[in-house]
Design a protein around this ligand. Structure first.
Ligand code: BG6
Length: 500
């Protein structure tokens, strides 16, 4: 079947085009959409960054980002794809670079005989956002096609969205002074992960689990985003950002929003987004005196793993040797929403963990009866656990207890398991494909909202302020472990432990 794209021609200007995000996520996603003929026939991608490259040198970078291609027809497609790609060298504050982009876009419009929709993708460190936004406005690029209309431009902007509540507000003010809300696509790519989107379907299309997801049945919920890798070559980005801003204030909160939200009134963008925001607004803020008890921050130190020396965070290239940036954070929070009153949510995220996985574990309360007390495995509760494996081994499993076959009476935990790979026999597409496509279709459902970010900054900002005043709250953990012992104590104090 030959697919014909239903998308109109577009232009995308990627700021920060030689950075990690462009290479790891944007280029592969765009190329994959291209090979599936989802992108329209005519489009133009301009990469802008500081380093001096010719168009051809940049195209070579793009090809490297796509990775090795073995099939001849895919190779042909790659060669055709890069013909649509151009490079614009410039500092982000450099008017000349924007003027050049204006000219390139104008001549593309002329060639096409129409005003072509323009996407501006901010894939730079957040410190550059204000400058780029100012220049987009002063060069009138933000207005699109030169006739003062704003409807032909869209802005895609990556988290972290500000550094705290105050700077997030400033950024919002700046954005709303230039773009209308329907033009702004705030990216937290976890919102678009297939396995997280599926939570809505899993919960509300099946009668079995939803009635059980409340304070009467749930003991607690764990949300983890653990990464085995360190900061790779991203020291410049990561220093001063840290785990709370990089992956907790957004990605962990995206997982929280999906698992705790009420049923939306429909599948429309506003209905779903407003239910997600309600969850985030219902987070009970941590009082200052409880901060050290309920929020743990850590930084990895060197370790030898499988005979290989792994550097500590402070020894990484580009990191201040006295850095107090956290590479791990775990915390407990409660929601004021009626459904979840009193149910603790434990969240954790970090780099150089023992494993790479993102998951949500919902632990049910123990059964009330004492029928099996005698044969229950020592130290083991009989709690059922519903686990949503966001990645890898994407799927959902339910742990329950069964009689161990045999002549004696014994109980043993077993799993009912749904695996995407087994059921659908295909790999899951990267969330960036969905985000790029939805931005082109004008669908904002899977994009973050200003209100949601505001709510999560309201939670995170007092924590950041507390850490600024209390450097000894930073605890250390050897690379290859899941955070400092304080993180285990956080749960142990409540008689619980992290699900591994
Ligand atoms: C990004 C963070 O937003 O998410 C990275 O900046 C992190 O530090 C990444 O590694 C994790 O995303 P994924 O999709 O690889 O789990």
């Amino acid at each position: 079947m030959v697919m014909i794209s239903s998308l109109s021609p577009f232009v995308m200007v990627i700021f920060g085009a030689t950075g990690d995000l462009t290479a790891r996520k944007l280029v592969p996603a765009l190329f994959h959409l291209y090979t599936q003929k989802i992108l329209p026939e005519k489009f133009l991608i301009i990469g802008m960054a500081r380093r001096p490259f010719t168009h051809d040198e940049f195209r070579t970078l793009v090809k490297q980002a796509v990775g090795p291609v073995h099939q001849l027809d895919t190779l042909d497609q790659l060669n055709q794809f890069v013909e649509n790609i151009f490079y614009q060298q410039g500092m982000f504050e450099d008017d000349r670079a924007y003027e050049e982009i204006v000219k390139t876009l104008k001549s593309f419009d002329e060639k096409m005989g129409a005003c072509i929709t323009r996407f501006f993708y901010l894939a730079t460190p957040p410190a550059n956002y204000a400058t780029i936004l100012t220049k987009l406005e002063s060069s009138k690029l933000s207005e699109g096609c030169g006739q003062g209309s704003i409807k032909w431009t869209r802005l895609l902007i990556e988290k972290p969205f500000g550094k705290d509540l105050e700077t997030a507000k400033m950024l919002e003010e700046k954005l709303s002074g230039i773009f209308a809300e329907k033009q702004i696509y705030r990216i937290d790519h976890y919102l678009a992960k297939e396995t997280l989107q599926n939570i809505l379907y899993f919960r509300f299309a099946n009668g079995l689990f939803e009635p059980m997801l409340d304070k009467a049945h749930i003991d607690h919920v764990q949300i983890s985003l653990l990464e085995g890798n360190g900061i790779d070559r991203r020291a410049k980005f990561y220093e001063g950002v840290g785990a709370l801003r990089d992956t907790a204030q957004n990605h962990l909160m995206a997982m929280l929003a999906y698992i705790a939200m009420e049923e939306p009134q429909g599948l429309g963008s506003d209905a779903i987004r407003s239910q997600r925001v309600k969850v985030l607004r219902s987070i009970i803020l941590t009082p200052e005196e409880k901060m050290d008890e309920t929020v743990i921050r850590g930084q990895y130190t060197s370790a030898v793993i499988d005979g290989k020396e792994i550097l500590g965070y402070r020894q990484e290239k580009g990191v201040d040797p006295a850095s107090t940036t956290e590479t791990f954070v775990s915390f407990k929070l409660l929601l004021s929403a009626k459904r979840w009153e009193g149910v603790p949510f434990y969240l954790r995220t970090g780099k150089r963990m023992s494993t790479s996985q993102a998951r949500i574990d919902i632990q049910f309360k123990n059964p009330q009866n004492s029928l099996f007390k005698q044969i229950q495995p020592a130290g083991n509760s009989l709690a059922n656990i519903l686990s949503i494996r966001v990645q890898p081994r994407e799927g959902i499993s339910l742990r329950f207890y069964a009689k161990k076959p045999g002549l004696s009476l014994a109980l043993t935990p077993v799993d009912m398991d749904f695996s995407y790979l087994r059921s659908f026999k295909k790999d899951i597409d990267d969330s960036y494909e969905k985000l790029l496509l939805d931005s082109m279709l004008g669908d904002q459902t899977l994009f973050a909202t200003a209100a949601g970010f505001k709510a999560t900054w309201e939670f995170a900002t007092p924590i950041l302020r507390h850490w600024e005043k209390n450097s000894d709250s930073l605890k250390f953990y050897p690379a290859g472990t899941n955070g400092s012992k304080e993180s285990d104590i956080l749960l142990a104090k409540d008689g619980r432990e992290w699900t591994e």
